[in-house]
Design a protein around this ligand. Sequence first.
Ligand SMILES: Cc1cc2nc3c(=O)[nH]c(=O)nc-3n(C[C@H](O)[C@H](O)[C@H](O)COP(=O)(O)OP(=O)(O)OC[C@H]3O[C@@H](n4cnc5c(N)ncnc54)[C@H](O)[C@@H]3O)c2cc1C
Length: 437
Amino acid sequence: MTQQPIQVIGGGLAGTEAAWQIAQAGIPVILHEMRPKRFSPAHHTEHLAELVCSNSFGAMASDRATGLLHEELRQLNSIVITKADEHAVPAGGALAVDRGQFSQELTETLSSHPLVEFRRGEVPAIPEGIVVLATGPLTSPDLAEDIRRLTGMEYLSFFDAASPIVVGESINRDIAFMASRYDKGEAAYLNCPMNKEQYLHFWEELRKAEQTELKDFERETAKFFEACLPIEEQSLRGEDTMRYGPLKPVGLSDSRTGERPYAVVQLRQEDKAGQLWNMVGFQTNLRWGEQKRVFRLIPGLENAEFVRLGVMHRNTFINAPQLMHPTLQFKQRPNLLAAGQLIGTEGYTAAAAGGCLAGINAARIALGKETLTLPPTTMMGALFEFISSASPKHFQPMPPNFGIFPELGVKIKNKQERYGKYRDRSLADLAHWIRNS
Ligand SMILES: Cc1cc2nc3c(=O)[nH]c(=O)nc-3n(C[C@H](O)[C@H](O)[C@H](O)COP(=O)(O)OP(=O)(O)OC[C@H]3O[C@@H](n4cnc5c(N)ncnc54)[C@H](O)[C@@H]3O)c2cc1C
């Protein structure tokens, strides 16, 4: 029986990697890319894996989150990271590339692979058979509509209005206290109390803080998001707007004084282990440096370490915790897989990582083998475990970070030393996984 080709839709970072992994497993693959017949608002070339903004794949050191992801991808023979290494340009500690050469060579490598058929043109609906969806944050409208038909209206988002996420151990617990408003249910929030003077200072600084420029297509989308106002926009509407919104102090008393604070910033637990905390209602367009400066004025967050800063931008992504397994298969259709920004991972390297696992598993389905989950102690495994098990109600995209890792057996206070141990454990576990899969 001749092998039906697997179809990969989208020739971005995730789709290019997925097609490569499938072809390397000996399975024919059709890679669909709509450019240059149709362009997304952010893409400008006809090449595969176009880097739409910065040319950096993040920090290179393997005891940093992206650096560890690079190492893991090297172990898995990723074509994206191989070509990034080959076309690297000096960028301090980051892995940055000559974007033109990088994309051009990936295009040539994939197009000349005997098992890859490269088809230019938009795919408006999800085909039958084994399919990997990798159409990214700017998925074409017809296909997005078809994904919505498959998954249900409420499981597809078009805009990412995400608040910053803070590492739990960087929050000052001498100031922040656990409580829910009116003591309802379990105490699920960390509360940072402010007195009047602290609040007014914070309000003044927030009003003055510098914002990022929205692109035209993002400004259009943002118009539909009046319900989710950026925190700085709320500050501009008046001195008390935030105190009647996300910073309202009602139903809370400061555990140290027993009194109601003037204002309260709440942080909601983001992961099962309670290592990550989301600043409730702090979706923002502020520049990243400004977010750090102004949000560290909040009592309890003086030394806050952010794993993700707030963003508001156009971003098509599915509710992965509701819809997907950590193998990157859809629960309702196991021969349909997805990867990249579409499943709620964030960043170039994470997109390539998703493409890598989705490609490996798509090929295994074609070969009649069981699909695989990566060890949760690896950065890839932890990321896919997170996106498939986070709270569906509050799901927002997540970049690679050490906050999503299972803890080590021993407590190591020194962060750099701890991250080094995470790295050692990850690379050993991945090598073992590769030998046994
Ligand atoms: C404006 C913008 C700037 C960003 N900047 C950065 C950054 O600087 N650094 C970073 O790490 N991350 C950045 N990101 C986030 C993200 O990492 C990138 O978008 C990344 O390219 C995602 O990879 P992907 O493979 O999921 O999607 P993409 O790289 O976008 O690839 C998806 C591909 O699918 C194609 N496609 C879409 N619909 C169809 C269809 N129906 N049929 C056929 N083809 C289709 C598209 O043309 C595209 O080539 C940015 C995102 C956006 C939107």
